[in-house]
Write a protein that binds this ligand. Sequence first.
Ligand code: PA5
Length: 445
Amino acid sequence: MAVSLNEKYLTGFVTPDEVEKISHLTRAAYRVVNDRSGVGNDFLGWVDLPVNYDKDEFSRIQKASAKIQKMCDVFVVIGIGGSYLGARAAIEFVKSPLYNNKKKDTPDIYFAGNSISASSLADILSICEDKDVCINVISKSGTTTEPAVTFRIFRELLEKKYGEEGARERIFVTTDKARGKLKEFSTDKGYETFVVPDDIGGRYSVLTAVGLLPIAVAGIDICDMMNGAADAREKLNNDDVATNPCLRYAALRNILYNKGKSIEILVSYEPAVQMFCEWWKQLYGESEGKDNKALYPSSVIFSTDLHSLGQYIQEGLRTMFETVISFTSSNDSVVIPDDPNNIDGLNFLSGKELHDVNKMAMTGTLFAHNDGGVPNLVIEVADRSAFSFGYLVYFFELACAVSGYMLGVNPFDQPGVEAYKKNMYALLGKSGFEEQKAALEARMK
Ligand code: PA5
């Protein structure tokens, strides 16, 4: 398996017996996913997606990515939440957080439309000024304000730069197959469009065109990525709680939650995993945070955060557990040189691979945090390849669905996200929100 679970650092916090005791619940939740009998069951398209995807669209994605690679220096991906996190996570995970700064024959990639910050957008616009630009606007609903406003701004920029005809060649749209303003608009303008399948919600959509087009533009092999997810689908789709790491992960986080742990911290010792942690936070936060319950998903990158949040984790409130993503091998090799004078006293490290030193930092931290009363689960991943990324995505998606059903929530809706949107529309004077506007203004006095 490309991914396995190491439960050694749960000793003293959870016994194998406890996993066994709730295995009927874990199995039942898995079966609800598998036989599609639970709430939100019309959003289970991701379960078979790794083998059951639209092959024609997949090859159109490959063609479009090759065209984009040739046509531009800068590729701007406009989207928010599930419409950008997966692609950004994949690019940093497989390539590097410094992807844009590295020598390469693929375009720089910037993510816009995930905030309404004028400064952040102005920065990207100024980068685009003297560059050849293509854009991919991604919105399943086609109505989300942040990407919609950003798209309007970039459309104007491209039309000014290349004329309407030229802009058409450089604008790629990923949205619903039939519904929404963005779809209507793209059909009118004749933009090349890709589909977010009806039965796949935003945060489960990284292996659809939503993630695949930007990921392919970055030069990552999307066939490998789908193969990784397909391998996970094959290996993890069974209800054997004793051996299935995905079901054990769902069960263990449920047990820890019921023991009073309210925070799960996803940990990695690779900065390249930071955006993957953001993707994971959205997946678990939006899927489970309902009805005043669920673990709060948080994340850290070590060693960096050992020198900021490390103190709290070691000795603060005992309400958290850690899930550590550990890589067997590193994508890169850096060896610590020998210094004949040993002026820094570091010759005990001479000739060692930095990856091995990093591993020792991890093991040391695991024991320290255990001693401080923090349970740790370790998810062992082979490497940071496209294959492993696909595998890990499927692992966490399936575990999230099982975990959500164990918790008793619908893991596929996000009603709470609407609250801020309605207030924002009201405050901005959108028609239909007049009453809400008056009520908010009264509260602001
Ligand atoms: O998981 C989800 O459904 C959400 O996070 C969406 O991805 C996010 O709100 C963006 O929505 P849309 O793609 O409709 O613009």
